[in-house]
Each structure stands twice: as C-alpha cells, then as structure tokens.
Design a binder for this molecule. Structure first.
Ligand SMILES: [Zn+2]
Length: 253
C-alpha cells in the first residue's frame, strides 16, 4: 500500500510506494556489489534527511478521490487526490512538467469540488446518426438541422442534479454523461410533433427511444476542479491579516 508522509514544519509530502523496496530501477555500473538501485528509495532517504527532527505524520489517502484534468492516457497532466490526517483535509496535487521527469507531489491544505460548467448535447453525432439511419425515406435537411437545435433548447435549462449519470467511464475525467430526464423527453417528443408528421414522427420517436439511454442523445456535462484552500497554518493566517491591515493603513495615509 502507498504511504503518504507529511512534514508538519515544511508542509512537504512524500509518497512511499511498494516499489521503494523493489531494486529494479536504476542500473549503476560503478557499484558492482549493488549494480541495480531503486531511485525511489534514495528519494525517501533524502526526504528523511531533509526533514530530520521535524514532526512527520501519515496522511490517509481518500479512496476514489483521484481526478485529473486531462485525458487519462496523456502522460503529462495534473491530477489531484484527497488525503486526511484525521483532523484536517488536504488535496494532493500530482504533476510532472516533462515526460522524463519524476512525478512531483504538492500538498494543498483544503478540499476540492467539481463545478459544472454546463451541459451540452452531442450535436454532430446526432446529425451523423440521423443521416445514417434515415437514408430512405430521408428527413429533409431542415428537419435534420432543426432536431439538434430543438433538443439543445429543451435540455438547456436542466440541472445535472436531476439527471441520472451513465455508468460508462468517459475517457476524460471531467466529462460526465447523463441520460435526459423524463420531463425533457416529454417536451422533446411533444415539440417533435410540430417538426415531423405521420410516419416521420414515429421514425423520430423510435430514434429517440433507441438513443436516449446509451446513444447519441446522452447529455455531456463538463466539470472544472475547484480547489478551496485554507490558510496553511495559524502563523500564515495571522501574517495574511497583518499584511491586509498594513495595506489598509497605507491607503488611509
Ligand atoms: Zn520539514
């Protein structure tokens, strides 16, 4: 299991992984007795030396709190996870600037939450799917371009709180797919009656039923990671107040 260790004096952290014990990382030809050494183990010793006589504590990593800003497969990205010492919460920022650099961890006292930036429909995919499924008899170009516009207008005001999340994992952690709610479905069908007549209407109704639960009619919500940082220590908080007071006094003069 990974162990997260924090220096209370410096607010620096070290993530100790099981690989610290695994001597398979670095080939060191100058040490014939020990030709292969683990880089991580040396890093941990460096950490212990640097923070000698400083109070250290273990932080517990909060399960399932890992989130990253970019597509999972991209190697250079910023990721966050949560940890706690039992009393306070922390956000750990994990990043590397270049692919060949080791990962860095930064401790941020506080918490993160996800803020919804908006809900989108999959407009292009819907148009493509309509064209593909209804070649014969075709919908008119006006109908094909009007349908996504109608759908966007209807779901424009829904709140993700009222939507059911689709369990399939998106390749992007900050994009989440939802099913449209029953109220939206009702209005969509009702409005389609003005746009599609007779057989066309039953075609579009079937199309909606086919694609609302796992197809192109899923709604895509974009999220942003919002970090709420608290003042690092009492000392830092006090000095921030002092600075603010000093600024006020300067203004008055
Ligand atoms: Zn320290």
């Amino acid at each position: 299991m990974n162990q997260l260790i924090r220096c209370l004096n410096c607010d620096e952290i070290f993530l100790k992984t099981p690989y610290d014990q695994s001597p398979e990382y670095k080939y060191v030809p100058t040490h014939p007795s020990e030709p292969v050494r683990s880089i991580e183990r040396d890093d941990f010793q460096d950490f212990l030396i640097k923070h000698r006589r400083h109070p250290l504590e273990y932080l517990e990593i909060i399960e399932d709190s890992f989130i990253s800003e970019k597509v999972y497969s991209e190697p250079v990205k910023i990721a966050y996870f949560k940890a706690t010492n039992g009393k306070e919460s922390f956000v750990i920022k994990k990043f590397r600037e270049r692919i060949d650099e080791p990962l860095k961890y930064e401790l941020i006292p506080g918490d993160y939450s996800l803020k919804c930036l908006g809900i989108e429909i999959q407009s292009e995919e819907i148009t493509k799917q309509l064209r593909m499924e209804f070649k014969k008899p075709p919908f008119s170009p006006t109908q094909i371009s009007a349908f996504p516009k109608l759908y966007r207008r209807i779901v424009g005001t829904v709140d993700t709180k009222n939507l059911e999340r689709v369990s399939e994992e998106s390749s992007h952690a900050l994009e989440i797919y939802y099913k449209m709610d029953d109220v939206s479905l009702f209005y969509l069908l009702r409005n389609c009656r003005n746009l599609f007549k007779g057989k066309e209407y039953s075609n579009i109704e079937e199309f909606i039923n086919r694609h609302k639960d796992d197809g192109v009619l899923l709604l895509k919500a974009r999220y942003k990671i919002q970090i709420t940082e608290r003042a690092k220590t009492r000392k830092a908080a006090i000095s921030a107040v002092v600075v603010a007071e000093a600024k006020k006094m300067i203004k008055k003069e």
